[in-house]
Design a protein around this ligand. Structure first.
Ligand SMILES: [Zn+2]
Length: 170
């Protein structure tokens, strides 16, 4: 989609959102498991394993672009504790309700390591009625991670365009 940019005044193509329809954990289940132990809709997912139940919500992760006018948006999933998930289900769609939860990232962004992805801590911030929560990546002092560094330092416009191209040609 084209728009006239408020930052440089030129007509630009809007970046597409890079979105994941399901959490990584769900994507890795067999077809049979998806039927029998998982429930999913566009914003929430529950997987009931024998030992443990996993709960996920979808949110928006904004990657800063340092030398461009637009930031890159990812539609990603995070896993929440039972308490946070229940609170989200009950309240997140209420206007004016504000909450912040702890979540583990559960989407595999292209070009990052799987091992890295499993250890990304996030802050999940509700945005009120009809809006997906904002997901902020937290620094992890026990682990060096390119994703954490990129998130906090920003990426170049060139890098952002490369990522979009990769996703569109997938
Ligand atoms: Zn601009």
């Amino acid at each position: 989609m084209k728009f006239v940019c408020t930052c440089c005044g030129e007509e630009q193509d809007q970046y597409p959102a890079i979105a994941y329809k399901v959490p990584l954990y769900y994507a890795n289940l067999s077809e049979e498991e998806k039927e029998s132990i998982a429930e999913i809709d566009s914003d929430t997912c529950i997987v009931k394993e024998a030992e443990m139940t996993f709960r996920f919500v979808r949110g928006v992760l904004v990657q800063k672009v340092t030398d461009g006018c637009q930031d890159l948006e990812y539609g990603v999933w995070v896993s929440l504790s039972e308490q946070s998930f229940n609170d989200y289900i009950l309240n997140a769609n209420e206007d004016g309700y504000q909450a912040t939860y702890f979540g583990w990232l559960n989407s595999l962004l292209p070009d990052y390591d799987f091992e890295e992805m499993e250890n990304i801590k996030t802050k999940v911030i509700t945005q009120g009625k009809g809006k997906r929560p904002l997901i902020e990546i937290q620094k992890n002092e026990y682990m060096s991670s390119r994703l954490v560094a990129d998130y906090h330092n920003g990426i170049s416009e060139e890098e952002a365009l490369l990522r979009i191209e990769k996703i569109l040609n997938r």
